[in-house]
Design a protein around this ligand. Structure first.
Ligand SMILES: *Cc1c(COP(=O)(O)O)cnc(C)c1O
Length: 410
């Protein structure tokens, strides 16, 4: 136990106190239930299980097989998928496996650019996806800051990619997966939808489900889905073998079974009616927060949000994203600096911050509280160098959050 290792124990305790006393607004983060946390610390962490149920390379697999079968069944049921692979260690390896399932090194790919809201694994030049493949990238339109599907169709028709890889890390609008399917079909590409951020919203029915349209769907299990850190791949039965082979032995060794047990629990929680209400509240909170920020003179990229996140353009306040994120952190609001599309400023000091509502919603904050959150944010942005303002805001937030429990039962 941590009492026996004081050095680590003290760090963990400080982290616990910090998490509970600040507004955690990084949209990729959340707060797992006590059961998920307990499963992560379960004795499954002691095991090895290379391979798949009934096809393992180790003995003593009875319970491991039962656990993996149960987790896959819950995943398929929840997303309406034909096949699930629940072994990816995280979202990036899940994406790597998706590429490997349908591409050879050197093949052409099309993904969404980083400043337009895509992820590093969608073909960014220093990422494996930009190095192993001939990666091409689409961007949002400069005027609308949204994807122009006609432009994407034209671009894909010219590039003729083997795979169209689409998903959001900071794009706040819903994707038209039916249209993307048409575009992929017209140029003979596979469609991979990466719902790392929005998987929980898909389950809750408040964001489009790409499963009926995409050949492969990848996701993380720790963002809006509110499970342990990990990844997952869903696909049609026809690609099941290729996907499974890409995960193991393609890029990984044995699955992390403690993580898988925690995932099974999180999927069980996500199947409850309360999770639908949770997803609805996340989006309601995000829309409400965006409106409050607009009312206070800020601009939201693309004009608003359809999901749990938004990128805020700070230029009207004459402050860059890095300075803003640092001041907000000191004031008890944790977020991250983020580029806006066609950002005139450099990546380390971009023009925006990215905000999300999943953690706040898990704690029980609703629309009335979003006005307070917007007030605190704008107060700090208006006086990032004022130590009294920063300290008072941090104290106010800490006192306010005492009403909102940090633990939950899913
Ligand atoms: C977070 C994210 C990933 C990567 O997940 P990791 O678990 O951090 O590797 C992949 N794709 C998208 C769109 C993401 O937002």
């Amino acid at each position: 136990m941590l009492e026996l290792d004081r050095e680590v124990g003290e760090i963990v305790e400080r982290e616990a106190a910090m998490q509970a006393s600040v507004l955690r607004m990084i949209p990729s983060e959340n707060i797992v239930s006590d059961s998920v946390l307990e499963a992560l610390g379960s004795i499954f962490t002691n095991r090895y299980a290379e391979g798949y149920p009934a096809k393992r390379y180790y003995q003593g697999q009875e319970n491991n097989d039962a656990l993996e079968r149960l987790t896959c069944a819950r995943a398929c049921e929840l997303f309406g998928a034909e096949h699930a692979n629940v072994q990816p260690y995280s979202g990036s390896p899940a994406n790597m496996a998706a590429y490997m399932a349908v591409c050879q090194p050197g093949d052409r790919t099309v993904g969404l650019g980083l400043n337009s809201g895509g992820h590093l694994t969608h073909g960014w030049k220093v990422n494996f996806s930009g190095q192993l493949y001939e990666a091409h990238q689409i961007e949002v339109r400069q005027d609308t800051e949204r994807i122009d599907y006609d432009e994407v169709a034209k671009y894909c028709d010219e590039v003729k990619p083997k795979v169209l890889f689409i998903g959001t890390t900071s794009y706040s609008r819903a994707f038209d997966f039916a249209r993307l399917r048409e575009i992929a079909d017209a140029c003979g590409a596979y469609l991979v939808a990466d719902i790392a951020h929005v998987a929980g919203l898909v389950v809750a029915g408040v964001y489009p489900n790409p499963v009926p349209y995409a050949d492969i769907v990848t996701l993380t299990t720790h963002k809006t889905l509110r499970g342990p850190r990990g990844g997952m791949i869903l696909c049609r039965e026809s690609l099941a073998k290729a996907v499974d082979r890409a995960v193991f032995p393609g890029i990984q060794g044995g699955p992390h079974l403690n993580q898988m047990a925690a995932l099974a629990i999180a999927l069980g929680e996500a199947a409850r009616p309360s999770f639908k209400a949770y997803g609805e509240q996340i989006v309601a909170n995000a829309k409400c927060l965006a409106q409050h920020l607009v009312d206070r003179g800020l601009r939201i990229v693309s004009g608003g949000t359809d999901c749990h996140l938004m990128v805020v353009d700070l230029r009207a306040k004459n402050i860059d994203g890095k300075t803003a994120a640092t001041a907000l952190e000191h004031a008890g609001i944790v977020c991250n600096f983020n580029a806006i599309p066609y950002d005139p400023n450099p990546p380390r000091r971009p023009s925006g911050i990215r905000l999300g509502t999943p953690s706040l919603t898990t704690r029980g904050l609703k629309e009335p509280e979003m006005a307070l959150v917007a007030d605190w944010i704008v107060r700090v942005l208006d006086a990032p160098d004022d130590e009294a303002v920063i300290a008072n805001t941090a104290a106010e937030i800490k006192a306010f959050l005492q009403k909102y429990p940090y633990h939950h039962q899913g």
